[in-house]
Design a protein around this ligand. Sequence first.
Ligand SMILES: [Zn+2]
Length: 95
Amino acid sequence: MSARHFNYEDDWENEILECPKCHWKGTFKEAGPNFFGEVMDCECPNCDFFEAPMLAIVNYSVGDGTDQRPRILKQIQSLETPIGETGNPALDNLE
Ligand SMILES: [Zn+2]
C-alpha cells in the first residue's frame, strides 16, 4: 500500500482517496486527519483502527522545522465544521 503525498498547496481537499483494503472512498477530511508538526496524515476510517492503511499525507512544512499546527488547524477549522472528536493524541503533544 502506498499513501498519496500532497503539499498543502495541492488540491488534496478535493481528491478522492481510496482505501486499498476495503475500498472506502472519500476525501482527506472525511477520513479524519491526524495532525503533526509539519505534516498531517489520514487513515481509512472504515477499516479496523489497528489495521487501517494510511491513505494520504499532506506536507505543510515551511522548511524550518517549526510546528505548523496552530496555523494549519486555524485555517482548516475556519473553513470546515470541527474535525472529528477531541482526544487526538497528536494534539496532546504540542511542544
Ligand atoms: Zn479501509
